[in-house]
Design a protein around this ligand. Structure first.
Ligand code: COA
Length: 256
């Protein structure tokens, strides 16, 4: 895995330069997170596709200012995919990243020919206690994310690097991201999507419960839904091999 920078945006990739013959999975993290969420998939799927995972502006190693809406983050991804000349980009996002993926599939059908939506929903209302805790005490917020975001079956060493990474985020950035989620609502627009879509939900997810995945499945024409047991919201960290296999099957089934 290689670390690179394009303008303000830091990203990791499975190979560089990108292979013109392959599609490019563009992995997008969720609220207050970084590309760390996707490292196993960037490595694991690197033989099947170009794989890149960015830090959104104001997150991780990227410069620039964090955005306040899902639409503005979607514009960042459009610019990033153009800047790195990503062949056939396929957005693959978790939670807020999944909202960004929906936005791209709805607004930019000519640019993004397929998408993967992981642990997300068409509406992402946020518990007021999450917003209040971010503002008051980041350690308490990270403890909350640990409690609500992972399956009880996931061992501590799997969670630790991610939780430490989450603690390094600027509270204002995390708060702004969750507010962006809270305002997001694509429920009435999903029927317009014509691209192949893979939905991945995890059965122990308490932040975006499997019900949200079912709604996406019913609303997006032709969408495929994979439900992964013994995993929570952060399924790419908890069950990377299952997510890898689901994405691989999806790429193969759609000749992507
Ligand atoms: N897909 C399908 N159904 C959804 C949905 C989605 N993305 N989002 C909400 N709904 C459903 C709810 O389940 C609820 O159905 P019900 O009336 O049958 O119980 C209904 O739509 C209204 O829900 P919501 O818009 O979320 O408002 P609310 O006032 O009922 O609940 C919260 C607000 C914050 C308590 C709730 O959204 C929640 O528990 N969220 C999950 C925790 C969280 O903060 N996650 C972070 C996401 S980034």
């Amino acid at each position: 895995m290689e670390r690179r920078v394009s303008g303000d945006i830091a990203f990791v990739c499975g190979r560089w330069p990108l292979d013109e013959q392959k599609s490019t999975l563009v992995f997008i993290h969720g609220a207050g997170e970084t590309s760390l969420l996707w490292h196993a998939l960037v490595e694991g799927l690197g033989d099947r596709a170009n794989t890149v995972a960015l830090d959104l502006p104001g997150h991780g190693c990227s410069g620039g200012a964090a955005r306040q809406t899902v639409q503005d983050y979607a514009a960042v991804v459009v610019d990033f995919a153009s800047a790195i000349a990503a062949p056939r980009p396929i957005p693959c996002g978790l939670s807020m990243g999944g909202a960004i993926t929906q936005q791209l599939l709805i607004d930019q059908p000519a640019r993004f020919a397929a998408g993967v939506i992981v642990s997300s929903g068409a509406r992402l209302r946020v518990l007021p206690s999450i917003l209040e805790t971010i503002a008051a005490d980041m350690r308490a917020y990270v403890a909350m994310i640990d409690r609500m975001g992972f399956s009880a079956k996931t061992p501590a060493p799997v969670k630790r690097p991610f939780l430490e990474d989450s603690l390094r985020a600027a509270p204002a950035v995390v708060h702004g991201d969750f507010k962006a989620c809270d305002r997001f609502d694509a429920m009435a627009r999903l029927g317009a999507i014509r691209a192949p879509v893979l939905i991945v939900s995890a059965e122990d997810d308490r932040l975006t419960p499997p019900k949200y995945g079912l709604f996406l499945e019913k609303s997006i024409p032709g969408a495929v839904h994979r439900r992964i047991p013994d995993a929570g919201h952060f399924v790419p960290l908890e069950r990377p091999q299952e997510v890898d296999a689901a994405i691989r099957d999806f790429l193969d089934a759609n000749a992507l």
